[in-house]
Structure formats: structure tokens, C-alpha cells
Design a protein around this ligand. Structure first.
Ligand SMILES: Nc1ncnc2c1ncn2[C@@H]1O[C@H](COP(=O)(O)OP(=O)(O)O)[C@@H](O)[C@H]1O
Ligand SMILES: [Mg+2]
Length: 293
């Protein structure tokens, strides 16, 4: 797979403040990468540097093998971008703005545009100054999804959208994913990332603290196990890899290290298993591990 986006040791300072210290990750062809981190972690700054809106202070960043600063005009022809706060011309209608965005990008599909306006339930005849935050986001999303791009960059694109519209967005992302396009999706909605992303990149205070597929990341942390046994389940509390042991009668719940799952199963079998449920950690669990304490 070729690298569509390649970021190496990216740095950005605002005065004395180091917003990006060392940001390194890539987006490969056909990959959906979830870019997550709390407010102020540096997601938008990274994306703005990738778009050539701000100039980096160190490191390297390319899109389609071209430098994001020097070759930004060329790169922009092949990407769609939706920020978290879509800004519009107040005196134009939503429909006019969508058409303008599409024209600037060089065409797009009229049918797709109309279909998206229907699916997102946007009234395209209203002037943009009358739109709510959610409607402004819809205009940005419809314009971005109506044109053909090789790379889609979404920076918390669904802020202000209600859950139904959020679901429409997710459907549309799945379509472009199926079409083999590459997507960088910054989000604070972990379920959205969990559903869509092949790979997750976690940023904290301007540095990447974790990167990998959800499966890989899940291996780094613990599953929740609920078990009931014929013999006294208390014995499980002392098995290697068992943590946070909590017993209620013949049933116990605990968190289990992945590398000790076999030991845990062997011990459980000795006690006579009546029930065994294992739940892998959610993205939220993974995320919290980096931010708590
Ligand atoms: N233009 C700017 N001037 C000064 N500080 C900025 C500017 N843009 C962002 N920052 C700071 O950089 C940090 C990262 O911001 P940002 O990239 O917007 O975070 P995120 O998108 O992850 O919420 C924050 O502390 C923010 O206040
Ligand atoms: Mg942001």
C-alpha cells in the first residue's frame, strides 16, 4: 500500500507554546485513519499544517508524495476537507454555496449533491446567515462528499449534528471507504471512530502516544471477563493476569491481561466452567488509559 499522507516529526509552535512536538503517522491508500485526542491535543493544528493553512516549524509532511506547504495548490485539487466549524458566506444560500464549493473543486456530481441534500435534510434555499451550526456543517459535508477526491480530511465534522444525521455521515464515509478512497477522520466521538477506522492514531499534548489497528491496540490492554464455576470461583483471584477481581456468589468479574488468557482459561477449567464471557476493551477504555491520572 502506498502512503497517501506521510507525517514525520511534525512540529508547530505558537510563540513559545509548542502545539505540535513530534507528530508522526501515515495514511495509506484506501485506509480510514481515526485521529483522536482531547481538546487542545493538536488535531486541528496537524490538519491545518497538512492543508498548508499554517506553516510547520519542523519535520516533514507530504500528501500524494508532495510537500504540503510548497505544493498545496496541486494537492488541494485531489482532496476534500471539512472543518469542525464550517464558515459560509452569509448572503448566499446553502445551495449556492455547495455549488460554489463544487465548482472550485472542479465539478462533482449533481445527482450526488441532490441526493445528499435530501439525506441530510438540508433546506438549500435558505440564506447561510440563518443556518444553525448543524446546518453549516451539513453544507460543508454535502459539498465535500459531492465531489470526487482521493483523500478526505474531516476535522470533527459532525459537531452540532444530531444522531440521525451523524448516522448519515457514517454511511457516506463507509461508501467512500468502499470506493477505496483514503480518509483522515479527526473525532472526539469514539464510537464513530470505532465503527469506521482501520487504524487509530492517538494524540496527546502535541505527540502521538499510540498508533495501530483497533485489534492491535486492544491487545495492549485488558478484556473484561465474567465467569461462573462449579467449584468456588474465589481461586481465580490469584491467577496471574487477573485484576480488579469482583465476586458475587458463584460468579466473578475481572479484567484480564491478554498475554495471560491461556493461564486464566486453564485455571477456570479446573474449577468447572458454567459461564464464560469476555468483552474486549472499547476504544474509550484504550483512550482513558492514556488520559487518566
Ligand atoms: N493560532 C493559534 N495561536 C495560538 N495557539 C493556538 C493556535 N491554534 C491552536 N493553538 C493552541 O494549540 C493547541 C492545539 O490546538 P488544536 O490543534 O486546535 O487542538 P485540537 O484540535 O486537538 O482540539 C491548543 O493548546 C491551542 O490553544
Ligand atoms: Mg480541533
Amino acid at each position: 500500500m502506498t502512503e497517501i499522507v506521510k507525517v514525520q516529526g511534525l512540529q508547530k509552535n505558537f510563540g513559545k507554546f509548542q502545539a505540535l512536538r513530534d507528530v508522526t503517522f501515515d495514511v495509506k491508500s484506501g485506509e480510514v485513519v481515526g485521529f483522536i485526542g482531547p481538546n487542545g491535543a493538536g488535531k486541528s493544528t496537524t490538519i491545518r499544517a497538512l492543508l498548508g493553512i499554517i506553516k510547520r516549524d519542523g519535520g516533514n509532511a507530504t500528501i500524494f508524495g508532495k510537500d504540503v506547504w510548497a505544493d498545496s495548490l496541486e494537492i488541494h485539487k485531489r482532496i476534500s476537507y471539512v472543518p469542525g466549524d464550517v464558515a459560509l458566506w452569509g448572503s448566499l444560500t446553502g445551495g449556492e454555496i455547495i455549488d460554489l464549493f463544487m465548482k472550485l473543486h472542479g465539478g462533482g456530481s449533481r445527482q450526488k449533491r441532490d441526493d445528499l441534500i435530501r439525506r441530510f435534510e438540508l433546506d438549500p434555499k435558505k440564506k447561510a446567515k440563518g443556518y444553525s451550526k448543524g446546518n453549516r456543517q451539513k453544507v460543508g459535508l454535502i459539498a465535500a462528499l459531492s465531489v470526487e477526491s482521493d483523500l478526505y480530511i474531516f476535522d470533527e465534522p459532525t459537531s452540532g449534528l444530531d444522531p440521525l444525521m451523524e448516522a448519515v455521515f457514517q454511511d457516506e464515509v463507509e461508501k467512500i471507504k468502499k470506493a477505496g478512497k483514503s480518509i483522515l477522520l479527526s473525532s472526539h466521538i469514539l464510537s464513530e471512530v470505532e465503527r469506521l477506522a482501520d487504524k487509530v492514531v492517538i494524540i496527546r499534548q502535541g505527540e502521538i502516544v499510540e498508533e495501530g489497528s483497533l485489534d492491535e491496540l486492544r491487545h495492549l490492554t485488558r478484556s473484561t471477563v465474567t465467569i461462573a464455576t462449579e467449584a468456588d470461583v474465589t481461586a481465580m483471584a490469584n491467577v496471574d493476569g487477573v485484576h480488579d477481581f469482583n465476586q458475587e456468589g458463584e460468579q466473578a468479574t475481572f479484567s484480564a491481561d491478554h498475554q495471560h488468557l491461556n493461564d486464566i482459561l486453564v485455571e477456570a477449567t479446573k474449577l468447572g466452567v458454567k459461564k464464560f464471557e469476555a468483552t474486549p476493551p472499547t476504544l474509550e477504555d484504550l483512550f482513558m488509559r492514556h488520559y487518566e491520572g
